[in-house]
Design a protein around this ligand. Structure first.
Ligand SMILES: C[S@@+](CC[C@H](N)C(=O)[O-])C[C@H]1O[C@@H](n2cnc3c(N)ncnc32)[C@H](O)[C@@H]1O
Length: 275
């Protein structure tokens, strides 16, 4: 089994679209009258959810004529957010066929099939021509990719010169043994956390200019504290990223928080500019 097939297997849970539609109905939302914001609790599979997406994407200038690439697009929440807020076209690329199928289905349900498209493929061998995109995003994907150099080289290749590349990744911020499983991996065999310096070096080697870098540890811990407060007050929500995780969900989330609290990992934003 290759790393990529193991990663796609990790993210495949089966019947995902149907389970999301059931959860929506459970919350009294008719899938026939769905609005993009109804999907926010489940469509953003990264720390900080839609708030993190908004804050990351807010740092790059996008206009209606742009064609944006979301690398590792998951269920398509980031792509729909960008298409809706900037009024532009967004293509998502993801390794996991079930995620691509669900992203397409959810976009269709909110009338965004024309604005968003999703393709199955690898971030280190993208099925796109050189200079295809005006901007790109990468949210919580690099931790499944061992070769950050290839990832950055591919991003540089498909971006037009000077285009922004907004990265929001879980990175290694301190030494020590990580607790597993975590939401992106059952164990160290498919977890490849780079440090901020590692990402910076890979980006610069691919020709990117590194702009703003922002560690988001405090934001992440505040976010989890708020999720916990809501769980205590109202119980677990029907619609959430737990639908996207196979087995051991509570342990995966608890270990991720413990790793952040221990200073071993943190989400970090990095705004890059293509050569
Ligand atoms: C934690 S999810 C994040 C999804 C999405 N970016 C989001 O924030 O909602 C990680 C995603 O990265 C994708 N992924 C992992 N390795 C990849 C690769 N080599 N190429 C493309 N996608 C990859 C997985 O299939 C999964 O959808």
């Amino acid at each position: 089994m290759t790393i990529e097939s193991a990663v796609a297997g990790h993210y495949t849970t089966g019947g995902l679209t149907a389970r999301i539609l059931d959860a929506l109905r459970g919350q009294g939302i008719d899938p026939g009258r769905l609005k993009p914001e109804h999907l926010d609790p489940v469509g953003e599979f990264h720390i900080g959810g839609i708030q993190a997406t908004r804050e990351l994407v807010g740092q790059i200038a996008l206009g209606p004529k742009d064609h944006v690439l979301d690398i590792g697009s998951g269920l398509g929440g980031t792509a729909r957010f960008i298409a809706g807020s900037a009024g532009c076209r967004v293509t998502g690329l993801d390794l996991t066929p079930e995620f691509v199928e669900t992203a397409r289905a959810l976009s269709a349900l909110v009338g965004m099939t024309g604005a968003t498209g999703f393709e199955v493929g690898s971030a280190v061998e993208m099925p796109f021509a050189d200079d295809s995109f005006d901007a790109a995003t990468l949210l919580h994907v690099g931790m499944n990719i061992p070769d950050k150099g290839r990832l950055m080289a591919e991003a540089a290749r498909v971006l037009r010169p000077g285009s922004p590349f907004a990265v929001y990744e879980v990175m290694r911020t301190g030494p020590g043994e990580l607790a597993f499983p975590v939401p992106w991996a059952e164990g160290p065999e498919t977890s490849f956390l780079g440090s901020p310096d590692h990402y910076r070096d890979a980006a610069e080697a691919a020709g990117f200019r590194v702009g703003q870098v922002r560690e988001r540890r405090a934001f992440a811990l505040d976010f989890f504290a708020e999720v916990q407060r809501r769980m205590v007050a109202g119980g677990p929500p029907a619609l959430g990223v737990h639908l996207v995780m196979a087995g051991n969900r509570a342990a995966k989330v608890a270990n991720m928080i413990a790793n952040i609290e221990a200073g071993l990992i943190a989400p970090v934003e990095m705004i890059l500019h293509a050569p």
